[in-house]
Design a protein around this ligand. Structure first.
Ligand code: NAD
Length: 329
């Protein structure tokens, strides 16, 4: 469907929040994250206009009443708010600024929210180009993996003006955990917070892989070692919870491709460079991720760098999952 066939956009005054009854949401990027996010927006009652280069990714949404638009401009023309959830800054740039992009379709006073893990430059250009038209822009990247997107429990870091954040709150609450939707600062602050969270989590992952591999090779039982770490000052969310996906299920989380993890690490190191901070550790973690991507492929899971260590020591780091143990008993 094209913009011309959309019903007229409902009026939303500047001081009115975007609620299911008043706002039509455009959503571009229906991948691992966007598919769950749109399902939750739809479940909350928002009318959706969607687009993805893979039209088949919209099948379920369309069956449940969403509209399809053939271009980003057509999505924007039929929406009060356009959300993007795209792989890289390059994709965001194309969708926002290229001919037939969001800026071409968005009505004066319209709002664009980029929830991709990206960088401020594209949003900055959209703000500049749209300034005379009253176009509002927010960056609102997320944490919580594809499972958080599916169950509506994402953590959302929003950069932009407070009034815009307030208007978008019902939209964010449909996709995220209301207690962890945070206005973190001005334009670009959301992107920066998100990149720093990923950087630290990937660093925890590599450090944990080294420690578990070394301890196991030194003869310590894997679960005994992990429990000791959890009870110690060296505990982390990764060692307590996230690593269990590998240890118990051999699951390296293909819901987040290592190609995208490498993209995030590259952006994080670039950010540090641009603000003049030397980040030796982050650079090393980025290189390890790039090595794992080269070995295991673009679509390998974000936790695949642990496999570098498993392959080096010739041991898969596995404990019996509680459910498996119960089944075997
Ligand atoms: P994905 O590759 O699964 O999905 C991206 C979608 O965008 C795909 O469906 C693709 O077809 C579509 N797309 C690409 N170019 C397009 C274009 N020009 N027009 C329309 N659609 C286009 O990626 P994802 O895992 O959903 O991640 C999306 C963003 O969220 C990334 O920036 C990623 O870093 C971030 N993120 C991902 C996770 C995760 O666990 N997967 C967690 C937090 C943040």
């Amino acid at each position: 469907m094209t913009a011309a066939t959309h019903a007229p956009t409902p009026a939303v005054t500047p001081d009115t929040a975007f609620t299911p009854g008043t706002a039509r949401i455009g959503f571009i990027g229906l991948g691992n994250m966007g598919s769950g996010m749109t399902r939750n927006l739809q479940a909350a009652g928002f009318q959706l206009v969607v687009n993805d280069v893979r039209r088949e990714s919209a099948a379920e949404l369309l069956a449940n009443g969403a509209e399809w638009a053939d271009s980003a401009a057509a999505v924007a023309a039929g929406s009060d708010v356009v959300i993007t959830m795209l792989p890289t800054p390059k994709h965001v740039e194309t969708v926002a600024l290229a001919p037939g992009g969001i800026l071409d379709g968005l009505a004066d006073g319209g709002t664009w929210v980029d929830m991709s893990t990206s960088v401020p430059e594209v949003a900055h250009r959209v703000r500049e180009a749209g300034a005379g038209r009253g176009i509002r822009v927010l960056d609102a990247p997320v944490s919580g993996m594809s499972v958080g997107a599916a169950n509506g429990m994402l953590q959302i870091f929003v950069g932009g003006e407070a009034a815009d954040v307030a208007r978008l709150r019902p939209v964010f609450e449909a996709m995220g955990d209301p207690d962890r939707i945070q206005h973190v600062g001005g334009h670009g602050a959301g992107y920066a917070v998100k990149l720093m969270i990923n950087q630290l989590w990937f660093s925890h992952l590599v450090a944990t892989a080294e420690v578990l591999s070394t301890g196991v090779k030194a003869g310590v039982d894997l679960e005994v070692l992990r429990q000791a770490l959890v009870a110690s000052p060296a505990n982390s969310n990764f060692v307590e919870y996230d690593v269990l996906s590998i240890l118990e299920h051999g699951d390296y989380d293909e819901g987040f491709a290592i190609a995208l993890a490498c993209k995030d690490l590259g952006l994080s190191v670039d950010l540090a460079r641009s603000v003049g901070v030397p980040v030796e550790l982050s650079s090393l973690v980025e290189q390890l991720y790039r090595r794992a991507r080269a070995l295991y492929g673009d679509n390998a899971g974000e936790m695949t760098p642990v496999k570098l260590y498993e392959d080096a020591i010739g041991v898969s780091l596995r404990t019996a999952a509680p459910d498996t143990a119960a089944e075997g008993a």
